[in-house]
Write a protein that binds this ligand. Structure first.
Ligand SMILES: C[S@@+](CC[C@H](N)C(=O)[O-])C[C@H]1O[C@@H](n2cnc3c(N)ncnc32)[C@H](O)[C@@H]1O
Length: 307
């Protein structure tokens, strides 16, 4: 962890992995972001799942193992589970242990017939599947929340490639992909008027301080999120409000006044752009479900078969 954080802080521009957002408080704050009026992402994706849940469930079919990457509160999953025909097992995968277990516990209470096998795991690293998942009729990875957009296209491609090998040739992916839209809507979504996203962003420093004994002063950094057209992404930064030094391990990292520390990039795709990325990962987009205003997409992908 220390090495990874240090590597990011030595880079230009300085960066911190978005994984650091998600301690107990961070998970709670993310759920609060989803309730802000400005953050259309969750609201629209939920609408799509409500409208097209039965169609999506038909694609998934009966007795499938559902593996969810970055499951968080498993909110959208409920809409899917309500439509699915006897899922063999549900395996939520998340790095935030407490939140993962709370969500799995709540699901177990509400879906007593469902087999649930939570896994606390960094999904960017290799992991193996339990027998129950391996032996299901087919494996489907569900990856909602536009989390795929948090990866640089190259890393997103590597992640999709890893998913493809995990599902095998008969499996499929169901992914929530946020779409390009007007900059005003995008910047507003990541700068909510209640300051919840700002608090979520700053919490990454609190988390690092606690885990690594660093001394980031939270009141010396300010949240800033802006749309960068050339990269087709919203960049979230913590901007240093003054010249300062932070102790990290045995090093002192210097920040200039106004210097940004990048904490997250949220890439926004066109339908064709995402299909191109998927193709690089050996996947074919089979179906796309959209909201009326075409703000967000839920996409169904399968491995490309060799002729
Ligand atoms: C943007 S939130 C989405 C949550 C939920 N899927 C939704 O759609 O509302 C990202 C989720 O992924 C988890 N996460 C982020 N990076 C992760 C990683 N590298 N490995 C496992 N989980 C991760 C976070 O803890 C969080 O629950």
């Amino acid at each position: 962890m220390l090495e990874e954080v240090l590597a990011g802080l030595r880079a230009k521009p300085k960066r911190l992995s978005p994984t650091w957002f998600y301690d107990e408080l961070g998970s709670f704050l993310f759920d609060a972001i989803c309730d802000t009026p400005e953050y259309y992402v969750t609201r629209v994706e939920l609408d799509i799942m409500r409208e097209f849940g039965p169609d999506i469930a038909r694609c998934i079919g009966a007795n499938a193992a559902l593996i969810e990457y970055g499951s968080g509160a498993s909110l959208k999953t409920r809409l899917l589970l309500d439509c699915l025909d006897t899922p063999a097992v549900y395996m939520p995968v998340d790095i935030a242990r407490g939140h993962l277990l709370d969500a799995a516990g709540a699901l177990a209470r509400d879906y007593p017939a469902l087999r649930i096998q939570p896994l606390c795991q960094d999904f960017t690293k290799l992991f193996s599947l339990p027998k129950t998942v391996e032996s299901a009729e087919r494996r489907v990875i569900y990856f909602p929340g536009a989390t795929i957009g948090n990866f640089e296209p190259e890393k997103a491609c590597a992640l999709l490639t890893g998913m493809r090998s995990l599902i095998g040739k008969d499996g499929a992916l169901l992914i929530g992909v946020d779409l390009r839209k007007d900059p005003w809507t995008l910047e507003r979504a990541y700068n909510d008027s209640g300051g919840v996203t700002a608090e979520f962003n700053l919490n990454a420093l609190r988390h690092v301080n606690r885990e690594l004994g660093t001394n980031f002063a939270l009141d010396s950094f300010e949240h800033r999120a802006c749309w960068v057209e050339a990269e087709s992404r919203v960049e979230m930064n913590l901007v240093s409000l003054r010249k300062q030094r932070v102790h990290v391990g045995n090093e002192q990292i210097e920040f200039q006044a106004g210097e940004p520390l990048r904490t997250e990039c949220c890439h926004k795709y066109t339908i064709d752009g995402f299909a191109g990325l998927a193709a690089h990962a050996g996947l074919v987009v089979q179906d796309v479900w959209l909201d009326e205003e075409e703000q967000f997409s839920v996409q169904w992908l399968s491995p490309r078969t060799l002729q």
